[in-house]
Design a binder for this molecule. Structure first.
Ligand SMILES: Cc1cc2nc3c(=O)[nH]c(=O)nc-3n(C[C@H](O)[C@H](O)[C@H](O)COP(=O)(O)OP(=O)(O)OC[C@H]3O[C@@H](n4cnc5c(N)ncnc54)[C@H](O)[C@@H]3O)c2cc1C
Ligand code: FES
Length: 281
């Protein structure tokens, strides 16, 4: 069975949204869960968080940023094209506890933070969002966050000060925690950002969830590729997560595992760009 692209939207040079025909998945998807895509017979399987879904109309959406070969290949797909495999819903849904939330997204993590924050707002929670990026050009989905947040609830930081407040996400987080404006924190993005967000929230005794993004292969708990250490125990992010208590995560281990295939990822992208990759559409 293949999955037809019903809509394609381009948000910026490297960020796209696909709506695909997937009635069974749409009937079961929940906030924070993800799907795994294999574009064609030679393609690898890669995970994306559900950005939206409609059970009555039978579609699901995901937003992705082009970072390597598979996302580059997917970005060339058009409306009417078919994606070979899409598996989901996978993972545990995000638990949207009662209370006020701060959602932090950094870099490509903003593509995951966006649907989670929107679904919290739809569930009636007060939500602050902190968007962080190295520089203005890498800040994703600002308009999409503004569509459900007012200015007082959207905080933007860039490392170089090219947009928003200069600095990192922990500065506005610390202010919100000092003001006792939030009861729970959710973060997703680069490991150092999640690690320091966890340390900041812990200082104020505020619970913090991190959506972890280790490399996943099968997404169903069988290959062990996505294992992470949480509270001294081994967990599989694809079935036990992807959300975990951020204060309990072994961040050094996660960072090392994420970087395990950097060389191969670079070579694969180069081959794809040169047209010599067997995955070519
Ligand atoms: C649960 C989960 C949900 C995610 N949701 C989104 C999302 O909604 N939008 C989005 O843009 N990105 C999301 N990602 C990240 C996305 O899966 C990677 O950006 C994508 O796999 C990159 O593939 P590539 O071939 O283009 O890049 P590559 O060059 O192969 O890799 C670039 C980087 O992406 C990561 N990556 C590569 N392959 C995988 C893999 N199989 N599994 C996980 N990470 C991988 C690694 O950190 C790697 O260093 C999610 C990751 C996880 C684990
Ligand atoms: S991706 Fe294989 S066990 Fe999680």
């Amino acid at each position: 069975m293949s999955y037809r692209i019903l809509e394609k939207q381009q948000y910026s040079e490297k960020v796209f949204k696909f709506r695909i025909d997937a009635p069974k998945m749409a009937a079961h998807a929940k906030a924070g869960q993800f799907l795994m895509v294999r574009a064609n017979e030679c393609g690898e399987r890669v995970p994306f968080t559900f950005a939206n879904w409609n059970a009555d109309e039978g579609w699901v959406e995901f937003i992705f940023m082009v970072v390597g070969k598979t996302t580059q290949m997917l970005s060339s797909y058009e409306v009417g094209d078919e994606i070979l495999d899409v598996t989901g819903p996978l993972g545990q849904p995000t638990e949207i506890d009662e209370g006020r939330w701060c959602v932090i997204g950094g870099g490509v993590g903003l593509a995951i933070a966006n649907p989670v924050a929107r679904q919290m707002v739809e569930a009636g929670r007060e939500v602050h969002v902190i968007m962080g990026a190295r520089t203005k050009d890498l800040l994703l989905l600002e308009d999409q966050f503004r569509s459900f947040l007012d200015d007082d609830h959207l905080h933007i930081t860039t490392d170089d000060g090219s947009y928003g407040e200069q600095g990192v996400v922990t500065a506005p987080l610390e202010r919100l925690l000092q003001e006792k404006a939030v009861d729970h924190v959710f973060c997703v993005g680069p490991v150092p950002m999640m690690k320091f967000s966890a340390l900041t929230a812990e200082k104020y005794n505020t619970p913090i969830i991190a959506s972890l993004n280790p490399i996943m292969v099968d997404g169903t708990g069988m290959c062990g590729c996505c294992r992470v250490e949480v509270g001294g125990e081994t967990k599989f992010a694809c079935v036990d997560g992807p959300d975990f208590d951020a204060t309990q995560v072994n961040w050094a281990d996660l960072q090392m595992r994420q970087a395990a295939y950097r060389t191969e990822e670079g070579e694969s992208l180069k081959a794809f760009e040169e047209g010599s990759c067997s995955c070519q559409k």
